[in-house]
Design a protein. Structure first.
Length: 114
């Protein structure tokens, strides 16, 4: 069983920054590939960044150069540092992994607005 807990969302002005956190208590954390998705109402959930257990990182084109995903295996935590935020980044952000089955966090709202 893997439980994912996101935090760090909120309201920020365009151009601002936020750091999202995804924490889990599983002993298998080091082997997990952890992804961040986001979803806006009426649209499908979109993969934006992934960090593999090997350390490899992938980004979706729209966040490349603005968002940084990282992990702290000792804290069993994955971070998503979001800089130069735009209104179109407004969404609910979810943490995701697959370990014998699919796991999602509860989501955290990010709103970018003046």
């Amino acid at each position: 069983q893997v439980q994912l807990v996101e935090s760090g969302g909120g309201l920020v002005q365009p151009g601002g920054s936020l750091r999202l956190t995804c924490t889990t208590s599983t002993d298998d954390f080091n082997r997990l590939d952890i992804s961040w998705y986001r979803q806006v109402p009426g649209k499908e959930r979109e993969l934006i960044a992934r960090i593999f257990g090997t350390g490899r990182i992938d980004y979706e084109d729209s966040v490349m150069g603005r968002f940084t995903i990282s992990r702290d295996n000792a804290k069993k935590t994955v971070y998503l540092q979001m800089n130069s935020l735009k209104s179109e980044d407004t969404a609910v952000y979810y943490c995701h992994t697959v370990w014998r089955r699919i796991y999602w966090g509860q989501g955290t709202q990010v709103t970018v607005s003046a």
